[in-house]
Write a protein that binds this ligand. Structure first.
Ligand code: ZN
Length: 273
């Protein structure tokens, strides 16, 4: 496993639901969270706090679950912007005029997009995952936030580094950018095939792939951690969750552990001012 910064995360219970918050983002006064699965109204196999509108769950349950998360974190649901994620690397800058896209209906979510950034307060970025990594970004001087989704395809394509580049186009300094990697499937559980092994950049393979007999295990968040360091993020500004979603299905949805049909956690980030 790649050695990474301290976890600095805590589980918060509020309004009947639970979510994770990260010290690096709390200290900056950002509205943010990564939802856990307890406290919503979705029935199995989406039990309970499913926040994905695209996984076959009743949209009315998802909208109620999203309302609960908004109430607990203290943001207006109509300010949310979310995407139709496709394991790509497209990043879009959004602002006040995109508010509400994808919050109530999946068809309104930004198509073919896996990363969002904004420089505007009260814009709420939302992304979804169940084993993939959500990456939270914040630059305090320019006051820019970003949120990205990356599974192995996004990771090998350098999604994290691409977000850093996108933020720098708006004046952010890479040495000021804070990045948090939310819980995703860990190297303990993420057995991968040849297609993935061969796609991992050669220079990272020794650190992020572990062979156990004839199988390979990928350290997905570890790969993203190394890519972010290479992109100029300071190690002291980089935080990685200690949780594996596949090990902890009591807390998280895991696409792989569920055999595919399951709910989604959501990551949320917004600036209050
Ligand atoms: Zn695990």
């Amino acid at each position: 496993m790649v050695k990474t910064g301290k976890a600095a995360e805590k589980i918060v219970a509020m309004g009947g639901i639970r979510f994770l918050q990260f010290a690096a983002l709390s200290a900056a006064g950002l509205v943010h969270g990564f939802s856990l699965r307890q406290g919503g109204i979705s029935p199995p196999p989406y039990d309970e706090l499913n926040l994905g509108l695209h996984v076959g769950d009743d949209p009315n349950y998802v909208r109620e679950n999203r309302r609960r998360l908004a109430a607990a974190l203290g943001y207006a649901p109509e300010n949310v912007i979310t995407c139709q994620q496709v394991h790509g690397t497209v990043i879009r800058r959004v602002g006040a005029k995109e508010r509400g896209l994808g919050h109530a209906n999946y068809r309104d979510a930004l198509p073919a997009t896996d990363g969002l950034l904004t420089l505007e307060p009260h814009v709420v970025l939302m992304a979804h995952a169940a084993d993939c990594t959500l990456l939270f970004f914040y630059e305090p001087n320019v006051r820019c936030i970003g949120l990205a989704h990356a599974g192995w395809r996004g990771a090998v394509a350098g999604m994290g580094a691409r977000m850093v580049e996108a933020m720098c186009q708006y004046g952010c300094q890479r040495e000021n950018i804070r990045v948090v990697l939310a819980p995703s499937i860990g190297p303990c559980c993420y057995r991968v095939g040849d297609e993935v092994v061969e796609a991992v950049p050669e220079r990272f393979r020794r650190q992020v792939l572990k062979q156990v007999e004839h199988a390979f295990y990928l350290d997905l968040p570890g790969l993203q951690f190394l890519e972010l360091l290479e992109a100029g993020i300071k190690e002291s500004n980089l935080f990685r969750s200690r949780f594996c979603t596949h090990c902890r299905t009591d807390l998280f949805y895991s696409y792989r552990a569920a055999g595919g049909l399951t709910g989604r956690m959501a990551g949320i980030i917004s600036m209050r001012w």
